[in-house]
Design a protein around this ligand. Structure first.
Ligand SMILES: [Zn+2]
Length: 439
């Protein structure tokens, strides 16, 4: 009985915000009037290629693209010498001179909220910021503008009707249907089946009673759909990252649940006595003191958890960038691009507030920043080691919150992975092949 009540309470947190958010949407992207293509035979000339697998750059090369598909990448000479014209592929219907430039696969933002009514960000604004930074694929976690809206954007993008990245639609359980609250494993399965019929690509999960989480993941897998989870603190005591990975969860968003899996001298985070999860200052200040409560790097527990996650093929999507303000709020608030590129409604949304998500700056202190620097250090150590031992660490940005701007702060995620110890080619792999394989 108690367990059912706890589940109902946890669920109400997870679903409360949905109906309102689903009704108020941002404007959809307008029909495309810029750009050209796809082409019968596009040839990109003289470029240096980075393929995203971890292979080093090479060139000069000509890349042949026929109707949106790369059909040939051909070396056309030696660096420092004139291009051998006789070796070049011919018959282009369109050419791009890319001498002195690099060609990379498109970047994948695995945590790309399109932005909702609260941010007041028209889809065109968000999509163009992503495209301008090389982000050609996004996974929209939770479809904050509604399931139909997001599915429509995916289709319009696929048909080239709008200037937008490719969209993968992940929905929050309960969003968009009339089947009532998901308060049992049966309801969870019914929702997944309903969403599969709508054509979604996967599910953004939160905290649920374990049998419901198990049903959601299992049913999604049966339908060949993906799963990603933000394991909120309200649920990590009964389901940490390892528990969820064992159920078959695809990717861990952010990092919540990972220190909890590494606990070896406690079972819950050291919450202060007056902690209230709904006070975001409490939530984020305490989170900054969390990694140091986990087992030490290199300890038996650290190694055992990492090995099991590696065996399960578990994907980490850390979204380091969205937490960066915690270690240096002034840097995030004064980023060079805000003045020119951050629209007023979004800037307003970022301002300190007890209501807006990710705007908990009303009490932030120097000590909080110092704690977060140490938090990052331990977290980055886990990520780098996970990558070194064969694990997948991909890239997502969660922009649109906490002074983080679409596109610009996706690139910042790449810089933070380098800070964690990734070689730039490993960073590019995380940003491209890793995301593509995950989707
Ligand atoms: Zn998110």
């Amino acid at each position: 009985m108690l367990r059912t009540r706890v589940a109902a309470i946890a669920l109400s947190f997870a679903t409360l915000a949905l109906p309102a958010a689903a009704q108020r949407t941002v404007p959809e992207a307008p029909a495309r009037t810029e750009g050209d293509g796809p082409h019968e035979r596009l040839i990109v000339r003289g470029v240096t290629v980075i393929d995203g697998t971890g292979a080093p750059p090479w060139g000069p090369a000509d890349i042949v693209i026929e109707r949106n598909r790369i059909t040939e990448i051909r070396g056309v000479g030696a660096p420092g010498l004139p291009i051998r014209d006789d070796r070049r592929p011919q018959g282009a219907t369109r050419e791009i001179d890319a001498h002195g430039m690099y060609a990379l696969p498109g970047f994948v933002d695995l945590h790309g909220h399109t932005g909702g009514a609260q941010q007041g960000t028209p889809a065109e604004y968000v999509y163009k910021l992503w495209l301008a930074h090389g982000v050609t694929t996004i996974r929209d976690p939770g479809s904050g503008n509604g399931v139909d809206w997001t599915l429509r954007s995916r289709e319009r993008s696929a048909r080239n009707e709008i200037a937008a990245p490719r969209v993968f639609v992940y929905v929050r359980p309960g969003a968009g249907w009339n089947g009532g609250r998901i308060d049992s494993p049966e309801k969870a399965r019914a929702y997944v089946r309903w969403a599969a019929e709508q054509g979604v690509d996967g599910f953004k999960l939160g905290s649920y009673d374990p049998p419901i989480m198990e049903a959601l993941i299992d049913e999604a897998r049966k339908h060949g759909l993906g799963t990603q989870a933000h394991l909120a603190q309200t649920g990590v005591a009964q389901m940490n990252a390892l528990d969820a990975a064992r159920l078959g969860l695809g990717s861990l968003e952010h990092w919540y649940g990972l220190p909890e899996a590494l606990f070896d001298d406690r079972t819950v985070q050291h919450y202060p006595a007056d902690y209230n999860y709904n006070d975001e200052y409490h939530r984020f200040a305490s989170a900054g003191r969390l990694w140091k409560q986990a087992a030490e790097p290199g300890s038996d527990r650290w190694n055992a958890v990492m090995e099991e996650l590696l065996e399960l093929g578990f994907v980490l999507d850390p979204t380091l960038t969205i937490y960066e303000a915690n270690r240096d709020v002034m840097r995030a608030r004064n980023a060079d691009w805000h003045e020119r590129y951050t629209i007023p409604s979004l800037w307003q949304f970022y301002q300190p507030s007890r209501e807006a998500h990710g705007s908990y700056w009303f009490d932030w202190t120097t000590q909080d920043e110092i704690e977060w620097k140490e938090n990052f250090r331990l977290w980055m150590r886990f990520l780098n080691e996970y990558k070194n031992r064969g694990g997948r660490v991909c890239t997502g940005s969660d922009s649109g919150f906490i002074y983080k701007l679409y596109g610009f702060d996706y690139i910042r995620e790449l810089e933070l992975l380098q800070e964690a110890g990734f070689h730039p080619l490993e960073v590019v792999r995380s940003a491209t092949v890793c995301g593509a394989e995950t989707l």
